[in-house]
Design a protein around this ligand. Structure first.
Ligand code: GCU
Length: 138
Protein backbone atom coordinates (compact mmCIF):
# COMPACT_ATOMS: atom_id res chain seq x y z
CA UNK A 1 0.00 0.00 0.00
CA UNK A 2 1.04 3.60 -0.53
CA UNK A 3 0.45 4.38 3.11
CA UNK A 4 -0.44 2.80 6.43
CA UNK A 5 -2.49 4.44 9.15
CA UNK A 6 -1.83 4.04 12.86
CA UNK A 7 -4.64 5.21 15.10
CA UNK A 8 -3.61 7.26 18.12
CA UNK A 9 -6.22 5.52 20.27
CA UNK A 10 -4.40 2.23 19.62
CA UNK A 11 -0.92 3.59 20.35
CA UNK A 12 0.96 3.79 23.64
CA UNK A 13 -0.33 6.79 25.57
CA UNK A 14 1.45 8.51 28.41
CA UNK A 15 -0.60 11.19 30.15
CA UNK A 16 -3.57 11.29 27.82
CA UNK A 17 -7.05 9.90 27.34
CA UNK A 18 -8.88 8.32 24.44
CA UNK A 19 -11.97 10.38 23.70
CA UNK A 20 -14.58 10.65 20.94
CA UNK A 21 -16.57 13.74 21.83
CA UNK A 22 -15.42 15.86 18.88
CA UNK A 23 -16.56 14.69 15.44
CA UNK A 24 -14.42 14.10 12.43
CA UNK A 25 -11.89 11.65 13.82
CA UNK A 26 -10.96 8.44 12.02
CA UNK A 27 -10.99 5.06 13.72
CA UNK A 28 -12.82 4.99 17.04
CA UNK A 29 -11.57 8.21 18.63
CA UNK A 30 -8.58 10.39 19.29
CA UNK A 31 -6.13 11.10 22.08
CA UNK A 32 -6.67 14.10 24.31
CA UNK A 33 -3.21 14.83 25.69
CA UNK A 34 -3.10 15.84 29.32
CA UNK A 35 -2.32 19.54 29.56
CA UNK A 36 1.22 18.98 30.80
CA UNK A 37 4.69 19.11 29.30
CA UNK A 38 5.88 15.67 28.27
CA UNK A 39 2.56 13.97 27.63
CA UNK A 40 3.01 11.74 24.61
CA UNK A 41 1.64 9.26 22.13
CA UNK A 42 4.03 6.63 20.83
CA UNK A 43 3.55 4.47 17.76
CA UNK A 44 5.38 1.35 16.67
CA UNK A 45 5.82 1.37 12.92
CA UNK A 46 7.37 -1.53 11.05
CA UNK A 47 8.66 -1.09 7.53
CA UNK A 48 10.39 -3.60 5.29
CA UNK A 49 12.94 -1.19 3.85
CA UNK A 50 14.95 1.62 5.39
CA UNK A 51 14.24 5.03 3.87
CA UNK A 52 12.85 8.51 4.31
CA UNK A 53 9.16 8.19 5.05
CA UNK A 54 6.66 11.06 5.18
CA UNK A 55 4.95 10.97 8.59
CA UNK A 56 1.59 12.74 8.68
CA UNK A 57 -0.05 13.54 12.00
CA UNK A 58 -3.77 14.35 11.90
CA UNK A 59 -4.74 16.64 14.75
CA UNK A 60 -7.12 19.27 16.06
CA UNK A 61 -6.39 22.27 18.26
CA UNK A 62 -9.46 24.27 19.18
CA UNK A 63 -7.44 26.96 20.88
CA UNK A 64 -5.58 29.89 19.35
CA UNK A 65 -2.31 28.85 20.99
CA UNK A 66 0.23 26.59 19.29
CA UNK A 67 0.71 23.15 20.86
CA UNK A 68 4.21 22.21 19.68
CA UNK A 69 5.48 18.65 20.03
CA UNK A 70 8.84 16.96 19.73
CA UNK A 71 8.68 14.21 17.14
CA UNK A 72 11.30 11.56 17.81
CA UNK A 73 12.13 8.39 15.91
CA UNK A 74 13.85 5.63 17.85
CA UNK A 75 14.71 8.19 20.51
CA UNK A 76 16.37 10.67 18.17
CA UNK A 77 14.90 14.04 17.23
CA UNK A 78 13.15 14.00 13.87
CA UNK A 79 11.21 17.25 14.20
CA UNK A 80 11.86 19.11 17.47
CA UNK A 81 9.14 21.53 18.49
CA UNK A 82 6.93 20.83 15.50
CA UNK A 83 4.14 23.38 15.42
CA UNK A 84 0.50 22.32 15.82
CA UNK A 85 -1.30 25.63 15.51
CA UNK A 86 -4.98 26.22 16.14
CA UNK A 87 -7.38 24.61 13.67
CA UNK A 88 -10.30 26.89 14.58
CA UNK A 89 -12.34 24.37 16.55
CA UNK A 90 -11.94 20.97 18.19
CA UNK A 91 -13.94 19.14 15.48
CA UNK A 92 -11.80 20.74 12.76
CA UNK A 93 -8.88 18.47 11.85
CA UNK A 94 -5.67 19.31 10.03
CA UNK A 95 -2.47 17.50 9.10
CA UNK A 96 1.23 18.12 9.64
CA UNK A 97 3.82 16.15 7.70
CA UNK A 98 7.50 15.64 8.40
CA UNK A 99 9.83 13.27 6.62
CA UNK A 100 11.96 11.03 8.80
CA UNK A 101 14.47 8.26 8.34
CA UNK A 102 13.12 4.86 9.36
CA UNK A 103 15.12 1.68 9.68
CA UNK A 104 14.03 -1.68 8.36
CA UNK A 105 11.98 -3.43 11.03
CA UNK A 106 10.26 -1.83 14.01
CA UNK A 107 10.56 1.90 14.67
CA UNK A 108 9.30 3.89 17.64
CA UNK A 109 7.73 7.21 16.73
CA UNK A 110 6.83 9.48 19.62
CA UNK A 111 4.96 12.81 19.62
CA UNK A 112 5.56 14.54 22.96
CA UNK A 113 4.13 17.86 24.12
CA UNK A 114 6.69 20.57 24.84
CA UNK A 115 4.47 23.04 26.68
CA UNK A 116 2.21 22.97 29.74
CA UNK A 117 -0.78 23.07 27.39
CA UNK A 118 0.02 19.52 26.31
CA UNK A 119 -0.40 18.31 22.75
CA UNK A 120 -3.28 18.87 20.38
CA UNK A 121 -5.95 16.22 20.07
CA UNK A 122 -4.29 13.53 17.94
CA UNK A 123 -6.27 11.35 15.56
CA UNK A 124 -3.67 9.26 13.77
CA UNK A 125 -0.26 8.85 12.21
CA UNK A 126 -0.09 8.08 8.50
CA UNK A 127 3.18 6.62 7.21
CA UNK A 128 3.59 7.02 3.47
CA UNK A 129 5.90 4.96 1.31
CA UNK A 130 9.01 6.85 0.20
CA UNK A 131 8.74 8.22 -3.29
CA UNK A 132 11.26 6.97 -5.79
CA UNK A 133 14.08 9.47 -5.56
CA UNK A 134 16.10 7.93 -8.37
CA UNK A 135 15.96 9.85 -11.64
CA UNK A 136 14.77 7.76 -14.54
CA UNK A 137 17.53 6.42 -16.74
CA UNK A 138 17.53 7.50 -20.36
C1 GCU B 1 -11.19 20.84 25.69
C2 GCU B 1 -11.51 19.86 24.56
C3 GCU B 1 -10.57 18.67 24.59
C4 GCU B 1 -9.15 19.18 24.55
C5 GCU B 1 -8.90 20.11 25.70
C6 GCU B 1 -7.50 20.71 25.69
O1 GCU B 1 -11.46 20.23 26.91
O2 GCU B 1 -12.86 19.41 24.69
O3 GCU B 1 -10.85 17.80 23.49
O4 GCU B 1 -8.24 18.11 24.57
O5 GCU B 1 -9.81 21.19 25.66
O6 GCU B 1 -7.37 21.92 25.82
O7 GCU B 1 -6.52 19.97 25.57
Amino acid sequence: PAFTDYQAESATISQGLVESNHAGYTGTGFVNYDNVTGSYVQFTVSVTAAGNYPLTLRYANGTTIDRPMDITVNGSPAAPGLSFPGTGAWPTWAEKTVTASLTAGANTIRAAATTVNGGPNLDRLRVTAPSDSQPPTA
